[in-house]
Design a protein around this ligand. Structure first.
Ligand SMILES: [Fe+2]
Ligand SMILES: [Fe+2]
Length: 208
């Protein structure tokens, strides 16, 4: 995986300065999250997933369609309806086809915008790192970053899932407020985490 990184950096350096800064910010945030919660993960793979997560974000609608055809990406109904969601699908296809990334990283890119139920460590890291990138100054991202550090202080074990749940619930609230559709994967992710955290909580109480 390490040998792929120069090719990935070359690709990323062709992006706009704003996208590049966000990309490196997500890489930094992903390293930090991996170090704290999943130190067993391959650092180069974490870097590759973070660096490529928005690699097609700057493509316009036509270019998204072209990339989908070229790299074999298939849009679901939600991606067909909302252009903003397409870069996760085309980005994952580019990561797989052009760079040969393994499924673990490809899936993290695929679900970095919507999340999904029962996320893997790599999927969780990328979803959260996209919010906690220090370059993002909007209210939602600032709140998620703040909440993560508060959760980390309280309990390192549950900090990741608690913050993911918070980020999902806040994102759903924003979409509702803006009268936008909520992707079913986002709702499933929220429900899965909610139930999982409640079960963990019950288990801990039972063991005390
Ligand atoms: Fe994205
Ligand atoms: Fe992003």
């Amino acid at each position: 995986m390490k040998e792929l990184l120069p090719k990935i950096y070359e690709y990323i350096n062709a992006l706009s300065p704003k996208r590049r800064a966000h990309t490196y910010g997500v890489e930094k945030a992903a390293f930090m999250l991996a170090k704290v919660h999943y130190p067993q993960l391959d650092k180069a793979l974490v870097a590759a997933a973070a660096l490529l997560h928005d690699c097609t974000k700057e493509l316009n609608e036509d270019e998204q369609l072209e990339a989908a055809e070229k790299y074999g990406a298939v849009f679901g109904d939600e991606e067909k309806a909302v252009c903003k969601l397409r870069h996760a699908v085309t980005g994952a296809a580019v990561a797989k086809t052009l760079f040969g990334l393994p499924d673990e990283a490809v899936s993290a890119i695929r679900y970095h915008t919507t999340a999904k139920a029962d996320m893997s460590p790599m999927e969780k890291i990328l979803y959260l790192a996209d919010f906690t990138d220090e370059n993002r100054k909007d209210e939602l991202c600032r709140n998620v970053r703040k909440r993560y550090y508060e959760n980390l202080k309280k309990d390192k074990c549950s900090a990741m899932d608690e913050t993911l749940l918070y980020a999902l619930e806040e994102s759903i609230a924003v979409l509702k407020e803006e009268c936008k559709k909520i992707h079913p994967h986002t709702i499933e992710a929220r429900n899965f985490l909610k139930e999982n955290l409640a079960n963990e909580d019950n288990k801990r109480r039972f063991e005390q």
